[in-house]
Design a protein around this ligand. Sequence first.
Ligand code: MN3
Length: 207
Amino acid sequence: MPTLPILPYDYNALEPVLDEATMKLHHTKHHQAYVDKLNAALDKHPELKDKDLADLLTDLNQVPEDIRQAVRNNGGGHLNHSFFWEGLAPVGSEATVMLENLVNKIDQDFGSLEVFKEAFKTEGLNRFGSGWVWLVIGENNKFQIVSTANQDTPLGLGLRPILAVDLWEHAYYLKYQNRRAEYLDNIWQIVNWKKVAELAPPGRGEL
Ligand code: MN3
């Protein structure tokens, strides 16, 4: 049964990029609500409770129609947030240091780290309304930047996510108000590159 994951750091651990109040609300209220609503939907089809959520979201056609939209929204919300938390780490921590093989891969696929960061920010700014911006492994193991609306995941597009950034206003509004660009500039200080590299291991990506 889906449950709210425990964060791998304290609510104040991502200061000053993400403030404690935002983190606490985001985890205990927003993420919890997705978990609760997902469980309410799955109560109508208990046989789905033991299925892998990522599998269900990869092919939503296997989900009965009466709960399909609820699973898409709330299952997506649960999976995306769980993934998002894992991809962050405290400012200055070892996990935020990008190792050479990842730097090289980004250079190879985007030209440079600066070009990559700018493209990621642009994709995030151009996503109208709520959604997510992602770094994914796409065709030919090439890194790609994509965004999705609402709580949709790139899994349904056949893309393997390795980094997610929440674009919903609840993720940044208390600290950044309407300044999504500033939030996207600052987020790099807390990206867990160690985790990203683990998700794109040698032999699977180009790393
Ligand atoms: Mn969120």
